[in-house]
Design a protein around this ligand. Structure first.
Ligand SMILES: Cc1cc2nc3c(=O)[nH]c(=O)nc-3n(C[C@H](O)[C@H](O)[C@H](O)COP(=O)(O)OP(=O)(O)OC[C@H]3O[C@@H](n4cnc5c(N)ncnc54)[C@H](O)[C@@H]3O)c2cc1C
Length: 422
């Protein structure tokens, strides 16, 4: 028989974002929080990330993914949170009604007073980057390969070519090497690495794995199994330069060509999405365009550090609690505009300048000796200097209510990068 549940808050997805949001909402006073996860365990992507590098900001410690997740899982188990595992959310309406399914309860209708979206992101596939060639076995996404090795105990191949230098590809280059496979090289179409500098150093340089910048794959060879990949340098328009094309023998092509926020449910509910982030527009409380629906973590934009995922989740969880307990209505939001050399900014709107606000943004291109500034009506209210800014490295910069002193009629906020450290 179909069940109907009416919690104060339903959190969809139990990665670090969902865990953090559910806990923050409970700490802020909600008594009836439901956490829904389609997987058999809590933690999202973290159980398969057995390398270290998690938690340096939140815990001031270097943890592995499973260690970081476990700290939140223990807290969730201690708190009075209703956890539904093996439960897939199939649909959500603009009225926040959720339809979920699992093998024990069948179809579950949920009518929560508030929702936090925390569905994470998914990997871009071969079909989204259109590499010509055959369709053999042995083309695999880096995150899927990571799951095969670290969770299932399966080795996807013996001689790898990695396409794309995002963090997952870099981490997997080291992992394959440690497991005895040969990594011929990492090929990156852009003229700069897609991942964090620390991962280029620790995962490629330390293992003598070559990184070929401004290079792409032009053909996948092999009928049943990958036998080789053609690679070539690209020109300034990212078009392959024919004379540079060469054949690289391999049995596996690993793709690390980007992540896309998982927003099928957001689209079904009619939530407004930002084309730059592929995630929902949110305000400083991480509230989407629909009242009472909040979002956090990689569903909003792809964060490179889990610590920032947790920060965004705590903001969303507290926002949902405030919405339910205080019935708060939003003021007319002010648009946050990306200025010079800023690709996107989250949040994209600010409704309440009377609280601490964290802005997360990425630059369009690398630049040395700069300042990042937050401006109101063209006047800087916050400024920070950087020796170097790069697109893969997200910048977090905050404002306090005092920064807006004397600026009550705020109609536009801009975030920009300007040359000069002083
Ligand atoms: C390979 C890799 C290496 C990384 N390395 C580092 C690192 O060294 N340091 C660092 O700080 N960060 C690292 N990160 C980043 C960090 O792990 C992520 O930013 C973080 O896990 C994102 O958290 P999330 O909760 O938003 O998403 P996820 O962890 O992806 O969790 C989303 C959850 O939502 C569930 N879900 C989705 N849709 C539904 C639905 N319809 N119904 C029910 N459940 C649903 C999913 O099953 C999943 O459990 C790495 C990430 C990856 C992928």
């Amino acid at each position: 028989m179909k069940q109907t549940r009416k919690p104060e808050l339903a959190v969809i997805g139990a990665g670090p974002a969902g865990l953090g949001a559910a806990l923050a909402a409970t700490e802020a006073g909600l008594k009836d929080v439901m956490l829904i996860e389609r997987d058999i365990e809590l933690g999202g992507i973290l159980p398969q990330c057995i390398h270290d590098g998690f938690g340096s900001i939140v815990f001031k410690e270097v943890l592995t993914g499973p260690q970081y997740a476990q700290r939140y899982i223990d807290e969730v188990e201690r708190a009075n949170i209703d956890v539904l595992l093996n439960t897939m959310v199939l649909d959500m309406g603009a009225d926040r009604r959720i339809t979920a399914v699992n093998a024990t309860d069948g179809i579950i209708e949920i009518e929560p007073r508030s929702v936090v979206l925390a569905m994470g992101c998914r990997e871009r596939t071969r079909h989204q980057i259109l590499i010509p060639g055959f369709r053999p076995a042995g083309v695999i996404m880096a995150g899927a390969a990571q799951r095969d090795i670290n969770i299932e105990g399966l080795m996807p191949g013996r001689k790898m070519v990695i396409l794309g230098s995002g963090d997952i590809g870099l981490i997997m280059a080291r992992r394959f090497t440690l497991e005895g496979a040969e990594v011929e090289g990492v090929y990156e179409i852009m003229d700069h690495p897609g991942g964090l500098t620390r991962n280029v150093v620790q995962c490629l340089n330390d293992f003598d794995i070559p990184l070929h910048l401004s290079h792409g794959a032009t053909f996948i060879h092999g009928r049943k199994r990958v036998e080789a990949v053609s690679v070539a340098a690209v020109d300034e328009n990212l078009k392959p330069i024919k004379e540079t094309e060469r054949l690289v023998e391999c049995d596996t092509l690993v793709l690390s060509v980007g992540l896309i926020p998982e927003n099928e449910l957001s689209k079904r509910a009619g939530i407004a999405l930002d084309q730059a982030t592929n995630g929902p527009f949110v305000d400083e409380r991480m509230e989407t365009s629909i009242d009472g629906i909040f979002a956090c973590g990689n569903v909003v934009n792809v964060f490179d550090l889990v610590d920032y995922v947790t920060h965004s989740a705590e903001t969303a969880g507290r926002g949902a609690a405030e919405y339910v307990l205080e019935g708060r209505k939003r003021e007319k939001p002010v648009k946050v505009t990306p200025g010079r050399n800023v690709f996107y900014v989250v949040p994209q709107y600010v409704s309440d300048i009377g609280r601490d606000i964290d802005f997360y943004f990425r630059v369009q291109h690398p630049e040395r000796a700069v300042r990042t500034r937050i401006l109101v009506g063209g006047e800087p209210i916050e400024s920070k200097k950087h020796r170097m800014v790069r697109p893969p490295e997200m910048i977090k910069q905050g404002t306090k209510p005092a920064d807006f002193a004397g600026k009550r009629a705020v109609s536009e906020i801009t975030v920009e990068v300007v040359p000069g450290e002083e």
